[in-house]
Design a protein around this ligand. Structure first.
Ligand code: ZN
Length: 275
């Protein structure tokens, strides 16, 4: 694993803040709950000091594992900064049930150097809901982060709210969407507003900049390619030249088992590690 370097203290502060907001401080292991500086070192003169970390264990699928707390903390820090939600941090690709998509995704990751040079993204499409489009997109994001790539995951609705707010924070956020090596746009859809053309133009600016500089965009969408062309005529022709469309269809890939498994985990006091 070759996690990207944090670029600034501000970024570290942001990770600390995001962790605090989610209820588990960044210093605490998000999987076994171990705290740093719990190990007491006692000296002969009767004094003692706290040092290091007490490594914990966690239970998953009926087995008890020793926790690699440092890796769990590091992965969480990078995933938080990349905007990857807690649930997706913990989903395991081994559980992904669409073999065709799995194969194409592995091919994409395996050819990453060439893919990166050509600025190719992936579009996970398909009309059916809950077939694991976001699961697949976040898996790609996580694997790229482990290769040291800067990734940002942005729900499309958040893009809309960012462009409409014209303040320093939103301008900084937009700048990050333009410059980050890989941008994941989740649930691309037509904006349900009268200002559809205005939003389309803002989206086009972003996409045009990224495609000009060969910066990959990964999207998920419930829209068909025809619908995308109707709603975003100019921008979609730019995008479709720079991505591989993978259509996720059918019942086999339905992700409803995740909800059932989540309930089992809670009832059994278990936790999925961050992967
Ligand atoms: Zn731990």
């Amino acid at each position: 694993m070759n996690l990207p370097r944090l670029r600034s203290d501000a970024e570290y502060d942001r990770a600390v803040e995001l962790a605090r907001m989610s209820g588990v401080p960044l210093s605490r292991c998000p999987t076994c709950g171990s705290n740093p500086e719990k190990v007491r070192v006692a000296y002969a003169d009767g004094t003692a000091e706290a040092e290091g970390r007490e490594y914990g264990t966690y239970k998953y699928m009926g087995e008890v594992y020793e926790c690699d707390c440092e890796t769990q903390i590091q992965l969480r820090k990078h995933y938080l900064l990349a905007g990857i939600g807690e649930q997706y941090m913990r989903l395991d690709w081994a559980d992904y049930r669409n073999d065709a998509v799995k194969r194409d995704v592995e091919l994409y990751l395996g050819k990453w150097d060439a893919i990166r040079r050509n600025g190719m993204g992936i579009e996970f499409g398909g009309e059916a809901l809950g077939v694991g489009k976001t699961f697949a997109a976040t898996y790609v994001a996580k694997e790229l982060i482990k290769k040291g790539v800067q990734v940002l995951f942005v729900p499309f609705l958040e893009f809309l709210s960012t462009v409409i707010r014209d303040d320093d924070e939103s301008r900084e956020r937009m700048e990050r969407m333009r410059r980050v090596t890989v941008l994941v746009v989740d649930e691309l859809r037509p904006p349900r507003t009268e200002r559809q053309a205005w939003f389309g133009d803002r989206f086009e600016e972003l996409v045009r900049h990224r495609t000009n500089f060969n910066l990959p965009i990964i999207t998920t969408t419930n829209l068909t390619e025809d619908e995308l062309r109707t709603h975003y005529p100019r921008v979609y022709s730019l995008m479709s030249a720079k991505h591989i469309r993978l259509d996720l269809t059918g019942q086999d890939a339905r992700m409803s088992w995740i909800a059932a498994q989540n309930l089992d985990l809670v009832l059994n006091d278990e936790v999925r590690p961050i992967t």
